[in-house]
Design a binder for this molecule. Sequence first.
Ligand SMILES: O=P(O)(O)OC[C@@H](O)[C@@H](O)c1c[nH]c2ccccc12
Length: 269
Amino acid sequence: MNRIDRVFAELKQRKQPAFIPFLTIGDPDLKTSVDIIKQLEQSGASMVELGVPYSDPLADGPVIQRSSMRALKNHQVSVQDVMNTARQARSEGCELPFILFTYYNPVLQFGLERIFPMLQESEISGLIIPDLPMEEDAEVRKLADEHGIHLIPLVAPTSNDRIKRIVSRASGFVYCVSSLGVTGTRTEFHSGIDSFLETVRQSTALPIAIGFGVSTHEQFARFAETCDGIVVGSALVRQVEEALPLFEQDATRPQALSRIDQFVRNLIG
Ligand SMILES: O=P(O)(O)OC[C@@H](O)[C@@H](O)c1c[nH]c2ccccc12
């Protein structure tokens, strides 16, 4: 059974939502990313989106854009580096399911035929490609299925009649985008968010997760009532950004990690 399926099944029994953080890998460096992933597991994460930094992150707001730029400036982080980070975290005892999060271009550069066997070897259980439209995903979906990797689709409040078609081919879980626009913390969400989530819920037996804009415990708790998982990216990446000076010195790295621990514990309560 795919690790993602197992975790959702366990959480459903416990009537708990999945906390799914997104992290830009290589920000500020690959070793720190491994340490942060392990910290996230200890703090209560259910699975982790491993973000491949990209030079043209069109769907990302300023926090994740800055994070990608730092990773690319420091180390030119590649898909291979992100897969190596997953292997390293696994070798250091991390049991969390990993989801590779990448725009389509780095996947094409790496090579469709090459990437899936390597994702499988790296024990990466899921893949999210936000700029791969359903109409063009047949080859990727076929390869993902053949390698037991969930190709997780995104649906938006404006997807409307496309929702049924998108979720009918979904695997793993359905990622519901809470608002229009780019990633980034928000004080309010799309006005029709609750009916949108209900529409998705009625359209699939798969778990549904929501992302975009979540940064507070109140928002987490609100969505935990109707969703099986909550994705948090920018608010966490912001914590990493603010802790960068602490990560720079060995003596203060524990403080940086406990800052992330505190953020997560406050968030998921
Ligand atoms: O950052 P936010 O607002 O918490 O949203 C999650 C988001 O970061 C993560 O899932 C993500 C990062 N980059 C993306 C691009 C498109 C869709 C989703 C994403």
